[in-house]
Design a protein around this ligand. Structure first.
Ligand SMILES: O=c1ccn([C@H]2C[C@H](O)[C@@H](COP(=O)(O)O)O2)c(=O)[nH]1
Ligand SMILES: [Zn+2]
Length: 166
């Protein structure tokens, strides 16, 4: 009898891996964000990535970061967390954990709090010094939503898509 594998993904690696795979669907040329909502039973209940709303053309709306308010992506893009929550297959996210590549902004923090999500696991906090993220943390703390940076884990996961993947 052979021994069980030892190098299988941890739950954290698995759920963050799903979030990061989802991020690869994003058309944003600068920052691709993926999010994965997991319930208390370790079941995935929602996945999303940043992109324009359904029916709003990726080719017609701007991906620019700078310019007039109507000429940048910020006026139009749906954040990964919003999409993951709206894509949820259940109506109640009370007690769920959100795995997300980038620390959520203030608008996402509001949605996370209102949805009942109780924990955020993230990889990057590259906008930590902005007022947007400061406001986000203020609200999350007040609402009792915990957050932690994913650490002590492998730094990449390979997904093979060839016939000999098994
Ligand atoms: O909470 C967040 C914050 C940002 N995003 C998305 C929105 C944009 O598509 C990018 C950020 O673009 P930058 O060029 O880095 O400003 O990330 C998100 O999904 N969730
Ligand atoms: Zn956001």
């Amino acid at each position: 009898m052979s021994e069980k594998r030892r190098d299988y993904l941890t739950w954290d690696e698995y759920f963050m891996g799903v979030a990061c795979l989802s991020a690869q669907r994003s058309k944003d040329p600068n920052t691709q964000v993926g999010a994965c909502v997991v319930n208390r039973k370790k079941k995935i209940v929602g996945i999303g990535y940043n992109g324009f709303p359904t029916g709003c053309s990726d080719d017609e709306l701007p991906w620019a970061r700078e310019g007039g308010a109507l000429d940048t992506k910020y006026a139009y893009v749906c954040h990964a967390e919003l999409n993951a929550i709206l894509n949820s297959i259940v109506s109640d996210l009370e007690g769920c954990t959100l795995y997300v590549a980038l620390f959520p902004c203030n608008e996402c923090a509001k949605i996370i709090i209102q949805s009942g999500i109780k924990e955020i696991v993230y990889l990057s906090d590259k906008y930590a010094e902005t007022d947007i993220v400061r406001a986000s943390k203020t609200m999350l703390e007040m609402a009792g939503v915990k957050w932690r940076k994913l650490s002590d884990c492998r730094d990449s996961v390979t997904v093979r898509l060839s016939e000999d993947c098994v």
